[in-house]
Design a protein around this ligand. Structure first.
Ligand code: ASP
Length: 454
């Protein structure tokens, strides 16, 4: 039998660089910092480091980013924020002391307090979490510190300027042996700080990997990679060794959260693989996210994900199929009410539009009358409290009977299937079930593909 290569052929070579991004939980305390230090020192290719702000040390702790937002809110209201700021200082001091470093952040904090008083903005405030952690990390590793505000650029309309950033980073890092670049933020042309959305350090890591043409982007977190299904539904689900960018996008759309959604694009444009790793279990291989692979996934399916809270709007009209433009008119009623649709499976005389219930509920009668006005159907029927489940896998294309197995498993579990939609890519099958059947359905699908394969 041919041997799978868990490291995707990425082994040490000349001039190979890795970008390593560490999430908040990996940097929550001095103890966590030490694990990170050991990981970086264990591989001389780990030369470009992107840290998050310190995260939670325990489940009831507060992330430094959230402390900064709360502290800035006080500053903005003109209230006293000294107590909140002291708590933030303490978090960093604990790390500095625990690492035995001889640095002081007093000067930095003076500047931050001044800027808070001058209402520098909540983006600036939040960004200080990564900025200060970056300074500590650079000192701890003996790497150069590169302020993200000088290399990650946003356009005046707030959109990230990918091309200019790429150029700035390339120029700045040329000839730099090893550097720490804080995650999560950048700046406009005039220097005003702007952050990405929450979890945005993942994006910074990906941007840096693209700029230096890294051979891999390692994203270190507190789980050993992507799991086949949600651990809140399946007890100790299996991990995924390799997943393609496209599979991950399909699953992320349905609620899989491993990586910030936008983190895929920069590395994808260069074909750089992402390796999700666990700081608390560095010996685990984690999950590889790649453009394409000939390595088969362990099971026919790569992952199962889903969401509750959908409505199905069923529209019936005799001879619908021969009426040109019917679908467009129906969808126009949704568009006019600014409702995005998820799926539109159709039959001969029926068409169903799946929408998010919480978005639709306030506008339902407007949409119904809109469909009547625009498309003149025979009847409209709304079904609420539905869930959508995506079964995703590149292996489905070459395996017969996947859909058959899913539906017989669901039938055995007494789950009534309300909708089936298989994308033409044969990469996923979307199934609609009642909210109440959601967990049972996921368990049944997991059992048939994973448990019965072991
Ligand atoms: N610290 C930021 C957050 O909590 C960004 C990140 O961790 O990626 O969202």
């Amino acid at each position: 039998m041919y041997q799978q290569n868990p490291n995707h052929g990425i082994a040490g070579g000349k001039d190979m660089n890795k970008v390593v991004k560490f999430g908040g939980s990996s940097l929550a305390s001095a103890e966590q910092f030490k694990k990170v230090g050991a990981i970086i020192r264990a591989d001389k290719e780990r030369k470009f480091v992107v840290p998050s702000a310190p995260g939670k040390r325990s489940s009831d702790d507060t992330k430094v980013t959230d402390m900064l937002y709360a502290c800035y809110e006080l500053a903005e209201q003109g209230k006293d924020f000294a107590g909140q700021m002291q708590a933030i200082k303490d978090r960093y001091q604990e790390i500095i002391d625990g690492l035995g470093l001889k640095i002081s952040l007093d000067k930095e904090f003076k500047g931050i307090e001044k800027n808070f008083k001058e209402k520098a903005g909540s983006d600036y405030a939040a960004s200080r979490g990564e900025y200060l952690n970056g300074i500590i990390m650079a000192q701890y590793l003996g790497y150069e510190f590169v302020d993200a505000a000088s290399v990650i650029r946003f356009k005046a309309d707030g959109e990230h300027d990918a091309e200019l950033t790429n150029q700035l980073l390339k120029d700045r890092l040329a000839g730099v042996e090893a550097a720490v670049i804080p995650g999560f933020y950048g700046a406009y042309e005039d220097g005003k700080v702007k952050t990405f959305s929450r979890g945005g350090s993942d994006i910074t890591g990906s941007i840096v990997a693209r700029a230096i043409k890294a051979n891999v982007y390692e994203n270190w977190t507190d789980v050993s990679g992507v799991l086949v299904a949600d651990p809140r539904i399946i007890y100790k689900p299996e991990g995924v060794e390799t997943i393609t960018y496209r599979e991950l996008r399909e699953l992320a759309y349905m609620g899989f959260s491993v990586l910030h959604e936008d983190a895929i694009f920069p590395v994808r444009s260069e074909g750089i693989p992402i390796n999700i790793r666990n700081t608390n279990a560095p010996e685990d291989n984690g999950t590889w996210i790649v453009e394409s692979t000939c390595q088969k996934s362990k099971y026919v399916i790569t992952g199962i994900a889903g969401k509750k809270g959908f409505c199905a709007v069923n529209i019936e009209k005799e001879m619908m199929n021969s009426e040109i433009g019917f679908g467009r008119k129906v969808l126009q009623a949704f568009e006019e009410n600014e409702i995005s649709f998820e799926h539109v499976p159709s039959g001969i005389d029926t068409m169903t539009v799946f929408v998010h219930q919480d978005e639709f509920i306030h506008k339902e009668q407007k949409v119904v009358s809109g469909i009547h006005r625009l498309a003149d159907p025979d009847s409209i029927d709304i079904e609420a409290d539905l869930a959508l489940i995506a079964v995703v896998g590149r292996g489905m294309k070459s395996t017969r009977g996947t859909a058959g197995r899913i539906f017989s498993a669901l039938a055995h579990a007494n789950v009534n299937v309300k909708m089936i939609d298989q994308g033409s890519s044969e990469l996923n099958i979307i199934i609609g079930v009642a909210n109440a059947d959601f967990e049972t359905a996921i368990k049944a699908i997991y059992d048939i593909f994973v448990i019965s394969q072991i």
